[in-house]
Design a protein around this ligand. Structure first.
Ligand SMILES: [Zn+2]
Length: 143
C-alpha cells in the first residue's frame, strides 16, 4: 500500500537532493505569512472603521426622537445600521479565517488540503491565502 503510493509520486528533478522542493515550499509559506499579516491588518482596520460607523449611527439614533415610525431619518438610520452590521459580520468572518490560517502556519498544517492531505498548489494559496482545501475539495458555498 505505502509502496504503491510512493511509486505513483512524480519523481523529483534531483532525486539525490530533495531540499529544492522544501525550499520552494518554505518560500511559499513565507509569502503566505506576509500576505496574511497584511490582510489581517487591513481586516482589522476595516472592522475598526465600521465599528466607528456603527457607533455614530447608534449615537445618531439615540439622539433623535425615539418615534421611529414617524421619523423618516430614524428609519434610514435603522437601515444603515443593519447594512453596517451585515458588513461587519462579513469582516469578522474574514478576520477569523485569516487568523485561523495564521494559526495553521504556526502549527505547520498550513497549505495542506483538509480533505486529501495533499499540499495545496502555490498558485491557489497566492490567490486565496486562507484556503483550507485544494481546488477539488472546496466545500460548497454557503447560502
Ligand atoms: Zn484535496
Amino acid at each position: 500500500m505505502e509502496d504503491a503510493v510512493e511509486m505513483t509520486r512524480p519523481s523529483p528533478q534531483h532525486p539525490s537532493d530533495g531540499p529544492d522542493d522544501d525550499q520552494q515550499r518554505e518560500l511559499v509559506l513565507q509569502a503566505a505569512a506576509e500576505r496574511l499579516r497584511v490582510e489581517r491588518d487591513e481586516a482589522r482596520a476595516r472592522l475598526e472603521s465600521m465599528t466607528g460607523d456603527l457607533e455614530s449611527l447608534f449615537a445618531a439614533s439615540a439622539g433623535s426622537n425615539a418615534d421611529d415610525e414617524h421619523d423618516p431619518e430614524g428609519q434610514t438610520i435603522a437601515y444603515e445600521r443593519a447594512q453596517v452590521s451585515a458588513l461587519m459580520q462579513g469582516a469578522q468572518e474574514r478576520l477569523a479565517s485569516i487568523e485561523a490560517a495564521a494559526i495553521r502556519l504556526q502549527q505547520g498544517t498550513y497549505g495542506i488540503c483538509e480533505v486529501c492531505r495533499e499540499p495545496i498548489p502555490a498558485v491557489r494559496l497566492e490567490a486565496r491565502p486562507t484556503a483550507q482545501t485544494c481546488v477539488q475539495h472546496v466545500p460548497p458555498a454557503r447560502g
